[in-house]
Design a protein around this ligand. Structure first.
Ligand code: NAP
Length: 292
């Protein structure tokens, strides 16, 4: 089997690359903080010293990085992807970024003869561990076909959405909805509590009705225990709200609900909650306004 590269072993990348290794893929990994590669190596992965060194060894390389800055950095900086990408090699960026970042990366890769695919994912830490992600791919169809065996291991369903940018847009729309829902959910929990209701009873009622959903079911019980072990870091949810609002600007779509939710996530970041789970936005909704 050909060698597959994997850059970025954070919450998602670690689980996704581990699944590839477990399913018999030959994987070479790189992470900015190199010690994070150790666990993958223990399970049979190889490690390379830079993104360029990964690309040199591998037919195609997958990246799962925090944000647009990181996504651009591994491509354009010293010892980055561009140093080794060439005809016959592919690069698949699964990070959540904006369309401009994805397009710039795509242009750079293809100008060197390489293939590019963006493939952000829907689903969090647990679906990543269970190989149950939803993959939103767009770009070079031939690379998509080549990567389908890897996508089948990491995800339960993959979509090919056409030209570069469509995967990024789909992902941002999904996370804009999710962030707005989480903020409304937090307000509902606080309102129930302040109104003298039992928040657990609210969760039970919600779960039986038309707005029941896996997110409320998963996050509700931990939120009412004030427990925010990060599955999806709040700083990344705020990044996605910001990028979705920029997409709204570009398309002249008014999104007052998303804008208000973004403010809540920004406030949570300013209070030092960025590395907690995004459900920690509940903490800032709970803070009583100072009476004037
Ligand atoms: N967690 C989720 O539930 C979830 C779900 C869907 C999509 N996503 C998206 O998936 C991506 C990764 O999320 P995550 O939760 O795995 O994030 P994470 O745990 O914060 O991991 C971020 C990764 O990016 C690397 N990184 C950050 N800045 C870098 C830079 N300047 N250069 C090189 N590498 C850099 C980190 O390396 P270090 O180890 O050195 O810091 C780490 O490997 C994000 O775009 C996120 O929005 C996340």
């Amino acid at each position: 089997m050909e060698e597959v590269g994997f850059l970025g072993l954070g919450i998602m990348g670690k689980a996704m690359s581990m699944n590839l290794v477990r399913h018999g893929f030959k994987v070479t990994v790189w992470n900015r903080t190199l010690s994070r590669c150790d666990e993958l190596v223990e399970h049979g992965a190889s490690v390379a010293e830079s993104p360029a060194a990964v690309v040199k060894k591998c037919k195609y390389t997958i990246a799962m990085l925090s944000d647009p800055f990181a996504a651009r950095s591994v491509v354009f900086d010293k010892d980055g992807i561009l140093g080794e990408i060439c005809s016959g090699k592919g690069y698949i960026d699964m990070s959540t970024v904006d369309t401009d970042t994805s397009s710039k990366i795509s242009e750079a890769i293809t100008s060197k003869g390489g293939y590019f695919l963006e493939a952000p994912v829907s689903g969090s830490k647990k679906p990543a561990e269970d190989g149950q992600l939803v993959i939103l791919a767009a770009g070079e169809k031939a690379l998509y076909e080549e990567a389908v065996p890897a996508f089948n291991v990491m995800g339960k369903k993959s979509f090919f959405l056409g030209q570069v940018g469509n995967g990024a847009k789909m992902k941002l729309v999904v996370n804009m909805i999710m962030g707005s829902m989480m903020t409304a959910f937090s307000e509902g929990l606080v309102l129930a509590d302040r109104g003298g209701l039992n928040p657990q009873t609210l969760l039970d009622v919600l779960d039986l009705g038309a707005i029941a959903n896996p997110m409320f079911k998963l996050k509700g019980p931990t939120m009412i225990q004030n427990s925010y072990s990060p599955a999806f870091p709040l700083k990344h949810q705020q990044k996605d709200m910001r990028l979705a609002l920029a997409l709204g600007d570009e398309n002249a779509v008014s999104m007052p609900v998303a804008a208000a939710a973004n403010e809540a996530f920004k406030k949570a970041r300013s209070m030092g909650l960025g590395d907690l789970d995004f459900s920690a936005v509940y903490e800032i909704v709970k803070v009583p306004e100072k009476s004037s």
